[in-house]
Design a protein around this ligand. Structure first.
Ligand code: ATP
Length: 293
C-alpha cells in the first residue's frame, strides 16, 4: 500500500506549528526523539524531520511528496536549481510570516534601493536576492553568509543586507534601517509538480481536505446569541462571514429567538458591541475544533 512522506523542519521557527497542524489533521506518529523518520500510525503518512533548506531539495529530488517550508526557502532553492515550475504551493498556512528586506546602516543617508547599484550586499538568500534586485534593475555584489548577516555592514564586509525580518528588533539592535521589502513570506505546503500515482493522489487529496478543515476551523467561531424576532435580519447581517444562521424559538418567550451561526471570519469586540447595540443578548463565542465542508 502507498504511503506519503511529508518533510517538516526538525527544530526551528516552523517546527512546532508544522507538527501541530499535522496532529490536528489527525496524524499520529511512532517517534523516537532523535530519529529523523517518524512512522505514521493510523494514516499512511510518514514524517521526515530535516533542516529547513533541505525540505525543498528533498521535494525536488523525490525523497518526499509534501513539505512544509517558508515560501522564501522554496523560492530560493527553486531559483538555485533553475526549477521554478517544479514545486507547487498547495496551501499558505498562516504562520511563519516574515519578509525579506534590504536594510542599510542608519548612519548612511540612503533613501532608495537604486542608490545601492554596484554596491555589496550580504545575505543568506543569494539566489532570491539577486533575482528580486534584478527585477528592479539593480545589480549588486552578493556576499553569501549562512548566518549573522546583520553584522556584515559593521564589519565592513557589506554596504547593505537582505535578510528576513519579522519584528525588526534584530535590525534595530544592529543600527540598521529597513529600506525596502523585497518579498513577503509565510509557511506553505508544497508538492512536486509532477503527477502522482492514483493511490498517492487519493491520499494527498484526503490529507489536504483535513488540513483545509483545520485551517478553516482555526479562523472560524461558533456564535450563539438571543435576539428579538424583529431584529434578526439586522443581527444576521452583522455576523462576520455568515450566510445562513440557524434561528430557533426560545422556550417560554414570545418575542425572543436563539441565533446560532458559524462565522468564517474573526469575531472581534467591535462585532459583539454592534450585535448588542442591535438588540442581541447572551452572546457566546466558541472556538471551532474541526470542520468538513
Ligand atoms: P535550519 O535551522 O532548519 O537549518 P533556519 O536557520 O533557516 O533553518 P529558522 O531560523 O528557524 O531556520 O527559520 C525558518 C523559517 O522561518 C524561515 O525560512 C522563514 O520562512 C521563517 N521565519 C519567520 N520569521 C523569521 C525571522 N524573523 N527570521 C528568520 N526566519 C523567519
Amino acid at each position: 500500500m502507498s504511503r506519503l512522506r511529508i518533510a517538516i523542519q526538525k527544530s526551528g521557527r516552523l517546527s512546532d506549528k508544522s507538527l501541530d497542524l499535522l496532529k490536528r489533521s489527525g496524524l499520529e506518529f511512532s517517534r523516537s526523539k532523535d530519529k529523523l523518520f517518524w512512522y505514521g500510525k493510523d494514516f499512511p503518512v510518514d514524517l521526515l524531520l530535516v533542516r529547513n533548506d533541505d525540505i525543498p531539495r528533498m521535494l525536488l529530488d523525490g525523497v518526499c511528496d509534501l513539505g512544509i517550508v517558508g515560501e522564501n526557502i522554496a523560492y530560493e532553492v527553486m531559483l538555485e536549481r533553475e526549477a521554478t515550475s517544479e514545486l507547487e504551493c498547495l496551501k499558505l498556512l498562516g504562520f511563519g510570516q516574515c519578509h525579506l528586506s534590504i536594510a542599510v546602516p542608519e548612519s548612511l543617508s540612503i533613501e532608495n534601493s537604486s542608490e545601492l547599484q554596484g554596491k555589496r550586499i550580504a545575505t543568506s538568500y543569494p539566489a532570491l536576492t539577486r533575482h528580486l534586485l534584478a527585477r528592479k534593475g539593480i545589480t549588486m555584489q552578493i556576499s553569501e553568509l549562512s548566518g549573522s548577516v546583520e553584522i556584515a555592514p559593521s564589519l565592513g564586509t557589506a554596504d547593505a543586507i537582505a535578510d528576513l525580518v519579522s519584528t525588526g528588533t534584530t535590525l534595530r539592535a544592529n543600527h540598521l534601517v529597513e529600506l525596502e521589502v523585497l518579498y513577503q513570506s509565510q509557511a506553505a505546503l508544497y508538492r512536486r509538480s509532477e503527477k502522482l500515482s492514483v493511490d498517492k493522489q487519493l491520499l494527498m487529496d484526503q490529507l489536504l481536505a483535513r488540513i483545509d478543515g483545520v485551517l478553516q476551523a482555526r479562523k472560524s467561531k461558533y456564535v450563539m446569541l438571543h435576539a428579538p424576532r424583529s431584529a434578526v435580519t439586522k443581527i444576521a447581517a452583522l455576523l462576520p462571514g455568515v450566510e445562513n444562521p440557524s434561528i430557533m424559538p426560545l422556550e417560554g418567550t414570545q418575542n425572543l429567538v436563539a441565533v446560532h451561526a458559524v462565522c468564517a471570519e474573526g469575531v472581534f469586540w467591535e462585532h459583539l458591541e454592534a450585535l448588542k447595540a442591535a438588540g442581541a443578548s447572551a452572546i457566546l463565542v466558541l472556538p471551532v475544533e474541526k470542520m468538513l465542508a
